[in-house]
Design a protein around this ligand. Structure first.
Ligand code: ARG
Length: 489
């Protein structure tokens, strides 16, 4: 997201604006940014970068909600009278309505969302609007908006993760006895059940869910009441405001309140890790859906054709899954860079938290939604998976373990089987093609059970350890996955 809104040539701070120049609103002139202290208007070259309205307008619903809660708190301590609170709240409600309907008219003189809302309130209810900014600063206001936005975004990510996990569990259950090769180094290693592999993705996402939940908790501590940095001169009931706005608690140090952006970092960190996970899933899907592998086929709505080659059905969605992580990591490192070595408390640098955050939210949400969609329609090819899993070389570890059961130390067993494999590869034979004499040459412990072990499938069912791929272990894992989903969704 970039700030592309039309920019005023110059924004005078004084009411005696030159004709043709944008006139900053009465409310804005009386805020800390544009008081009579100034004789000269901001330079357009500064204003263009200083103005955040083109992106912080996303904070509008939070800004209005917190203003309503703040006004009520001021009313409770008598700063806003009973007849006034009604007018102020109705004005803010009207603004919320305009924003929701997309009818709120932003003006070129609006520096940021806080000024825009206050300016509009002034237009709607007159001078009374000026009372709203008692006992708060844009510094605690913007921190509160961003906390509310992070809470929502973290919840939103969690819901989307749960939806993708639900699809994965359904797929895993439907493919719990389909065999496929498991890989290390993208070389066939040991066979596993497809359901087992799909659940490995499920648990990655489950950890992501926890990370977003932690970001939500970090954001659920309300900074409002910290004022510009030192606290405020009014005995506002901060806890009541926090409860009104859905916060769990209030911050304990006003300086930390206005300078803290950890909750945004937490979201960006969770997003970076989550999308890194999705990139690994995307990568596997690209490989698996290639003609060479043909393990799976993405559904048509998640693929696209080629403008020149009619036979093509390209896994663009999986490629995008693969490619989105660096963008969010970039957002994360951008904000780390902004905050790095920044003196406390507020600095305008911190306005640079928003674009990376909003960009990450859009990317995280869109990528997670697409992930669930890919899972909904994906189809696997049982024969292709089975044929690849039937590669006898995948049983090499099993033969080594057979020798271990006969008392041969594992390292020695590894060497014996390595020799067998080398012989087979050199002679273009399968392990089961070796005869009793050839086996005896390598080890006296290799008898008929060698051929038993090589029978396909037996080496999957022997993986009975907790978390292993055997049907029994996998059935237990599916139950755990169901319980996990019930807990989070
Ligand atoms: N637009 C500003 C931001 O996003 C709001 C806070 C401005 N505070 C100030 N002291 N100028 O950070």
């Amino acid at each position: 997201m970039t700030s592309t809104g039309s920019l005023p040539p110059s924004v005078p701070r004084s009411p005696q604006a030159e004709p043709g120049r944008v006139i900053i609103s009465a409310v804005a002139r009386h805020t800390d940014k544009s008081t009579s202290r100034f004789r000269e208007p901001p330079d357009p070259r500064f204003w263009r970068l200083n103005r955040s309205i083109d992106f912080d307008r996303h904070l509008a619903p939070y800004d209005v909600a917190q203003s309503r809660a703040h006004a009520k708190a001021l009313n409770r301590i008598g700063v806003i009278a009973d007849d006034e609170i009604k007018v102020i709240d109705e004005g803010l409600a009207a603004i919320a309505g305009e924003l929701e309907a997309g009818e709120f008219a932003f003006e070129p003189g609006d520096e940021d969302i806080h000024m825009a809302v206050e300016r509009r309130l002034g237009e709607l209810i007159g001078e009374l609007a000026g009372k709203l900014h008692t006992g708060r600063s844009r510094n605690d206001q913007v921190a509160t908006d961003i906390c509310m936005a992070v809470m929502d975004a973290a919840n939103g990510a969690g819901e989307r993760i749960a939806a993708a996990m639900r699809e994965l569990l359904r797929l895993a259950d439907a493919h719990k006895d389909w065999t496929m090769p498991g890989y290390t180094h993208l070389q066939r290693a040991q066979p596993v059940y497809l359901g087992h592999h799909l659940l490995s993705w499920f648990w990655m996402l489950s950890r992501d869910f926890d990370r977003f939940a932690a970001a939500r908790r970090a954001a659920a501590v309300m900074p409002l009441g910290a004022g510009a940095l030192a606290g405020v001169n009014w005995e506002i009931d901060r806890r009541a405001v926090a409860a009104d706005l859905g916060f769990d608690s209030v911050t304990v140090n006003s300086l930390d309140s206005t300078s803290n952006r950890d909750m945004v970092l937490d979201y960006l960190s969770a997003g970076s890790i989550c999308l890194t996970h999705l990139s690994r899933i995307g990568s596997e899907l690209v490989i698996w859906s290639s003609t060479e592998f043909s393990f799976c086929q993405l559904s048509e709505p998640f693929t696209s054709g080629s403008s020149i080659m009619p036979q093509k059905q390209n896994p663009d969605s999986a490629e995008l899954l693969r490619a989105k992580a660096p963008r969010v990591i970039g957002d994360f490192t951008t904000l780390l860079g902004v905050l790095h070595a920044l003196p406390l408390t507020y600095g305008k640098d911190m306005q640079e938290d928003k674009e990376p955050f909003f960009d990450a939210v859009e990317t995280v949400e869109g990528t997670l939604e697409m992930t669930a969609g890919i899972f909904e329609g994906i189809e696997f090819d049982r024969e292709r998976l089975q044929a690849a899993a039937g590669d006898e070389m995948l049983a090499a570890t099993e033969i080594a373990d057979l020798l271990v059961r006969r008392g041969v130390p594992f390292r020695e067993a590894h060497g014996i089987v390595g020799d067998l494999v080398r012989q087979c590869v050199a002679e273009g034979r399968n392990l089961s093609d070796l005869n009793r004499e050839e086996l005896a040459e390598r080890s006296a412990e290799l008898d008929d059970e060698y051929y038993e072990v090589l029978k396909q499938g037996s080496w999957l069912e022997s993986k009975r350890s907790e978390g292993g791929t055997s049907s029994a272990s996998l059935a237990a894992q599916i139950e755990l996955a169901k319980a996990r989903l019930a807990e989070i969704a």
